[in-house]
Design a protein around this ligand. Sequence first.
Ligand SMILES: [Zn+2]
Length: 423
Amino acid sequence: MKTIDKFTFGVGDRFAHQAEAQLRAFQQLADQGVPVTPVWNKSNREHLIVGSEPADTRAAADAAVAHLGWNSDYLLDADHINLETVDRYLPHCDFYTIDVADDIGTPASPGEIETFIEGHPELIGTITIEGIATPLEITREDVEKTARQFLKACELAGRIYRHIADEKGSEDFIAEVSMDETDDPQTPPEMLVILAAIADQGFPIQTIAPKFTGRFNKGVDYVGDISRFEQEFNDDLAVIAHAVKAYGLPGTLKLSVHSGSDKFSIYDPIRRALARTGAGLHIKTAGTSWLEELIGLAEAGGEALDLAKKIYVTALEKKEALCEPYATVIDVDDSKLPSAEEVNGWTSDHYTGALRHDQGNPAYNQHFRQLLHVGFKVAAQLSDTYLDALRANAGVIGKNVTENIYQRHMVPLFLGEEAPLQG
Ligand SMILES: [Zn+2]
């Protein structure tokens, strides 16, 4: 089995042109004394929209690593795969986000539930967990209910793991189980039952991505009760540490936060929890480097700015179709979207001010940002026109890509204002 490093950070690169600029941010962070392993993630949905292949992501990452002389580990994430979509990733990826959210709620049979409960008498009663002030009180009915809801999903995770291992002919990869793309957050007691069920499947899970409380819209800040999130995050860390010991799960098992990018207001609570517990973290961001490409084009001015405007105007025309696949993870208020005429009259500063995620800038518009975030299909359809513009403006774009990841994400998450986290 491959074990995961303590800190890993997922980046998306829709058009496979920013791997080097992204990697520079990891270099800057390593220079500050915090080693974080880059993970390039791309879902099947993104590949289908862009018309790209996992081999492209692999080639871009390998080239960036070679060019910058990065000699630590790096990973390629087959993001949100299932049995139907995993195969084309197999030759290229060493990190698999096994998505079983669709099987949550598929009821396990009474016999299966009975066997599970008999195998886990320790789950019933008063359970003291180091790091959680009040012991968990779990009844037999609670375990039954959670098992009915999650047992099939955990079993499927095991099946997908074994499929990957068989097809690759090796277990030299990272396995994550994700349950985030569902409606209800999983509570810490549910997490404990889920980890017991995953342990029964006997595969070396390295990261688990639950659904947390609150909304994780793509590319914009967290919406929800921050103190509730903090409580839940801390309790999840404690439950994981407990389950590692109780069930012999890998000692490297850690939480994975599918952040959808830019959840700035929960970075402080996350960093505090990691500093206090010494726990590791995988945090996945979405393909917001694509937005930095647009910012770089707008900043360059002239034809590049015109192209950035044209992409917005087209995205506005095709809004319904572009938003549809992302309906549950964006909140775009149509009345707050600038019209085509307005944007066509914008300066470079106005465009970058509206798009760049700086909540202190009065020009910042999260609706404009979210629409463009899901609007990458428009750029994909422009094909060489767009890719040529990326190449012609690589310098200004790369600077924005690196700065965004380093300053807005890594500094608050890993460095903070006090002491940096210990890698
Ligand atoms: Zn996810």
